[in-house]
Design a protein around this ligand. Structure first.
Ligand code: ATP
Ligand code: IP8
Length: 264
């Protein structure tokens, strides 16, 4: 039987101003905390992305490509600290709204191998869920068996946890209404795909072509590639626009909301 666990991923495009380095979207963070409180969905794990906190630093120091020179160690630490800062802003807002949020820094208990999760110590996380804490994780720098270190995305964490903890659903909050047949920010005629099956995903991949490795594909394609694993396992995924007020609330309470539903 499913645990009823919900995994909520708040994209970096929502919790930060993605085009302005180290700029949070404080208004969205505070509103989302209120929506999450109002929905009172339990058990819940919140994961957030890097946006303008993690990505510019990770790029500057080429953390994704692995440990090549000693000077990168400062970038490794700075990227992590930026994520801790962003996470603190989010956790503070959640606490102020009466949500018992608790930080789990992935770099402390996850090891990857060529960017894919190899070891993930779930014990403390499970203990936290047992007492109704709301774990907050995020895309982070991580130690990697092959690369020395790399970047682990919040999307990979979301799919991994959903499968390992037998979650009921993953809700992804983004700055667009869902998955379109092309990037809606570049193509004004892009159409929203409100329902997607695994077969549809295969077709979309074929059309996009080339970018099959989730750790190098950015934006929506990388996301879908990561989520595919959870969908294959039977977990429902709902992608909604978290910049539109009440969408996350509605999604959490199971009310109909504009978005993309991905099912097996
Ligand atoms: P982060 O990685 O910082 O957490 P995020 O998860 O919020 O960010 P992005 O990685 O920025 O989200 O991906 C969302 C972006 O993907 C949208 O803003 C959109 O411009 C872009 N995109 C590309 N192709 C598509 C598509 N087919 N449908 C919808 N969005 C798309
Ligand atoms: O934004 C990446 O996580 P994502 C986090 O979920 C960093 O892809 C540190 C760039």
């Amino acid at each position: 039987m499913r645990s009823k666990l919900t995994i909520l991923k708040l994209g970096g495009s929502v919790v930060t101003e993605k085009s302005k380095p180290l700029t949070p979207n404080t208004k969205a963070i505070k509103r989302l905390a209120k929506e999450i409180r109002k929905a009172d969905s339990k058990p819940l794990i919140i994961i957030h992305g890097g946006g303008s906190y993690g990505h510019p630093l990770a790029k500057k120091y080429n953390i994704m490509g692995g440990f090549k020179k000693y000077s990168q160690r400062f970038g490794f630490s700075e990227t992590h600290e930026a994520m801790v800062d962003l996470s603190s802003l989010i956790i503070r807002s959640l606490l102020e709204c009466g949500i018992p949020a608790f930080r789990f820094a992935p770099s402390s208990f996850v090891i990857t191998e060529k960017g894919r999760i190899r070891m993930f110590d779930l014990k403390a996380l499970v203990k936290a869920l047992e007492i109704d804490l709301v774990p907050v994780l995020y895309g982070d720098v991580v130690f990697d068996d092959e690369l020395g270190f790399t970047i682990l995305s919040g999307d990979q964490i979301a799919a991994y946890l959903a499968v390992k903890l037998d979650a009921e659903r993953i809700i992804m909050g983004l700055d667009v209404d869902g998955v379109y047949d092309s990037d809606p920010k570049r193509d004004p005629s892009a159409r929203l795909l409100s329902e997607l099956s695994l077969k549809d995903i295969e077709k979309i991949m074929e059309r996009v072509g080339g970018s099959r490795a989730p750790d190098v594909t950015g934006g929506m394609m990388g996301k879908i590639l990561e989520l595919k694993v959870a969908v294959e396992y039977g977990i429902d995924v709902l992608i909604v626009n978290a910049l539109s007020p009440n969408n996350i609330y509605k999604a959490l309470i199971g009310e109909k909301v504009v978005g993309t539903r991905i099912r097996r």
